[in-house]
Unconditional design. Structure first.
Length: 327
């Protein structure tokens, strides 16, 4: 005999599967079949998988979001399952109706982003309808993390342009301070330093991927995981998330400096790559974005949670014990 809770969960799962996996939703820009452009509606899950592959796989981390949400829920299951269940039928019903209307509007207008937004709203409504506001308060950051599953590709250009300007100005200023003689022009950076192989001035193009945009959205996901696991108070979580863009910029600043340093020592082809091919050094420099970001996020968490004070007090205790033994 299936319990009512399991039965309701199965009904909700089937409903979401129908809306996002089975029902054809939008056709996008169409596809060429036998030399003709045809507009064939496809399920939202098909659009999601396709969007994960576009823009150099910018949003491919979305595959891991559901796994991360499930894993974090499991780690905090004892605390979460002790939360009182107080279904908010009015609030939950309102969000469910709004979510279905949003879904319908996207279907009629063939706008997949409306479908993505509807999915996030429907998850919110489901939590409130069955579990209540207390549960949503506990699950808020997991709900936010789930929002990173939807590929919001329209944000890419809006975010990359200002970050490109920030990276160009920051790097140009720093290189001029250290005497490298840098001049910024659009998204390019020219320096007075010479390539040791070709003898030409070293020039770097700060594309969207190097501006902090590529790492920003992935770092938002990492920041959400950090905030859920490592930070206890809500205001600290908001501070941590607000600093994620700055962390992304800092990581990419280190990346560009590594590319400049590698170009100055071993040549641009070695450090950056030849033509459109990325070199191994360039790949390693890209990974440093996440290393720097993780270090900075960890330090921020340590500061907000009083970790440094604990370390400082512990070191004082150790020094006292050592001095007593020596004395």
């Amino acid at each position: 005999m299936i319990s009512p809770k399991i039965g309701m969960g199965l009904v909700v799962a089937v409903l979401f599967a129908l809306l996002f996996v089975m029902l054809s939703y939008s056709s996008g820009y169409g596809q060429v079949i036998d030399g003709e452009v045809r507009f064939i509606r496809k399920p939202l899950v098909t659009h999601i998988v396709k969007d994960y592959r576009l823009d150099g796989g910018e949003w491919s981390f979305g595959y891991f979001v559901p796994v991360a949400v499930a894993g974090l829920f499991w780690l905090r299951r004892k605390e979460l399952l002790n939360t009182a269940v107080e279904p908010a039928l009015v609030g939950g019903g309102a969000f469910l109706v709004f979510g279905f209307l949003f879904y319908w509007a996207g279907y009629r207008g063939e706008q997949k982003y409306f479908g993505y937004a509807a999915g996030q709203i429907l998850v919110l409504g489901t939590i409130l309808w069955f579990l209540g506001w207390r549960w949503f308060g506990k699950l808020f950051w997991l709900w936010m993390l789930l929002g990173m599953m939807w590929p919001w590709r329209f944000l890419i250009e809006r975010v990359s342009a200002p970050l490109q300007l920030i990276m160009i100005k920051l790097t140009s200023w720093f290189l001029n301070v250290v005497g490298a003689g840098a001049v910024a022009s659009g998204s390019s950076l020219s320096t007075s330093a010479l390539d040791p192989v070709t003898g030409d001035p070293i020039a770097l193009d700060v594309h969207a991927a190097c501006s902090g945009m590529r790492s920003l959205f992935a770092l938002v996901m990492i920041g959400l995981v950090f905030s859920f696991l490592r930070v206890k108070e809500e205001w600290k979580r908001w501070v941590l998330m607000a600093c994620v863009p700055l962390v992304a910029v800092a990581g990419n600043f280190v990346r560009i400096l590594m590319l400049f340093g590698g170009s100055a020592v071993w040549g641009t082809d070695f450090a950056v790559g030849e033509g459109h091919e990325m070199s191994t050094f360039h790949l390693v420099a890209g990974l440093m974005v996440f290393v720097v970001a993780l270090v900075l996020l960890s330090l921020m968490v340590a500061v907000m949670e009083g970790g440094w004070q604990k370390v400082f007090k512990r070191s004082k205790v150790v020094r006292r014990e050592v001095s007593r033994e020596v004395g």
